[in-house]
Design a protein around this ligand. Structure first.
Ligand SMILES: [Zn+2]
Length: 374
């Protein structure tokens, strides 16, 4: 077997998508579909989100999965999607991704999103749950416990949910950014903040309670050996980009008792690569970034691999809403990692390149999340 064929075989491996979300179960209007193509707001009048890296990639790489010619125009694509129905379109696109395991963040739940079990069934994969800490805190607050009981109830509820999860996840990036006091707040501070919040609990935005929930989750994750996923870098407009640079987490990383997985990272990929190099308990992925940079994603993967140890880099699609984002995330991951590794053949031992591909595509995640072999 020559080295190129062996690398192609390795890249065709069933992947472990260590971070994704449910996709929509309903048929989508053009506006709804375009809204899910982007992390940002609606396209201004006279423009369309199909005119961008992801939109063009849908026409090129997803159209054939639905039985259309490559480059089908957006209307033809969406008509075909509706004719097939959401179940069949989702089934085709999720299966085309070639994923063996989905680790599904259930923090944004809704009747219109597939559950982890359904993602697994439609995608021909195993499914696992990742529990979002802030969503559990909001659920606990919704029961309106006395402020003095809030902390204990949150600990119990996160622990109970962690029993059947493979990891925990925090969206502190979206709520307060990373320039927060990295130490856990004191218990009197927590009770006082809980009393204010529980008077009319809504979205969790109080910095004391966010730090408290983060630390509660981190300690449970540490005790159980579960990784703590941290959204970093770009995302929707709830976050402020310069405050979610993962380098701002350095003091928290020094204190936290759990393994930390930095998600997405764009454009702070080199910062994440450095943290993964410097700290034994830090891992990183460029999921979401690979999907959204699409045809340019080899540059993103190359940047991560400039410095990060190959045993610390993970694959994810971070698909949300659209099964297209799952297929594209897997497609561009395979193609771009292949391009990056091929460029280094001769510099790095050619026989080792397939092994590096398997580490990043599946084996690192299996080890980290204690998943069984495919
Ligand atoms: Zn996500």
């Amino acid at each position: 077997v020559n080295a190129g064929d062996a690398l192609d075989d390795a890249l065709a491996m069933p992947l472990v998508d260590h971070h994704c979300h449910g996709v929509r179960r309903d048929d989508l209007t053009r506006a709804a579909f375009e809204g899910l193509l982007t992390e940002g707001g609606p396209a201004p009048a006279g423009t369309t989100h199909f005119d961008g890296p992801v939109g063009l990639a849908v026409r090129r790489w997803c159209a054939p999965v639905l039985g259309l010619e490559p480059y089908a125009d957006p209307e033809a694509y969406l008509d075909r999607r509706r004719d097939l129905g959401a179940v069949e379109a989702n089934r085709r696109l999720l299966r085309a991704a070639g994923i063996a395991d989905f680790c599904v963040d259930t923090g944004v739940a809704g009747d219109d999103l597939l559950t982890p079990v359904e993602m697994g069934r439609l995608g021909g994969a195993r499914a696992h749950e990742v529990v979002r800490i802030e969503s559990v805190a909001e659920e606990v607050a919704g029961r309106c416990p006395p402020a003095t009981a809030y902390a204990a109830e949150l600990t119990d509820e996160i622990a109970r949910r962690a029993d059947r999860a493979v990891g925990l996840k925090t969206v502190v990036a979206y709520r307060i950014g990373f320039d927060f006091d990295p130490r856990p707040p004191g218990s009197r501070e927590v009770t006082a903040a809980a009393a204010r919040w529980l008077a009319g609990p809504e979205r969790l935005t109080d910095p004391v309670l966010i730090r408290h929930a983060l630390w509660t989750g981190a300690e449970i994750a540490g005790d159980r050996g579960l990784p703590l996923q941290v959204h970093t870098g770009f995302g929707d407009t709830d976050l402020t980009l310069h405050r979610v640079n993962p380098a701002l987490l350095t003091d928290f990383i020094r204190l936290v008792p759990a393994t930390v997985v930095l998600l997405h990272c764009y454009p702070y990929i080199r910062e994440a690569a450095y943290l993964a190099t410097a700290y034994p308990h830090v891992y990183a992925d460029v999921g979401l970034t690979v999907t959204h940079t699409a045809a340019s994603s080899a540059r993103v993967i190359a940047e991560m691999l400039e410095l990060a140890p190959f045993g610390k880099v993970l694959f994810s699609t971070d698909c949300y809403g659209l099964a297209e984002l799952c297929h594209l995330g897997a497609h561009f991951f395979r193609r771009s990692l292949g391009a990056v590794l091929t460029e280094r053949a001769g510099e790095w031992p050619p026989a080792d390149l397939p092994r590096v591909a398997r580490l990043i595509g599946a084996d690192n995640a299996r080890r980290l999340y204690s998943l069984k072999a495919a």
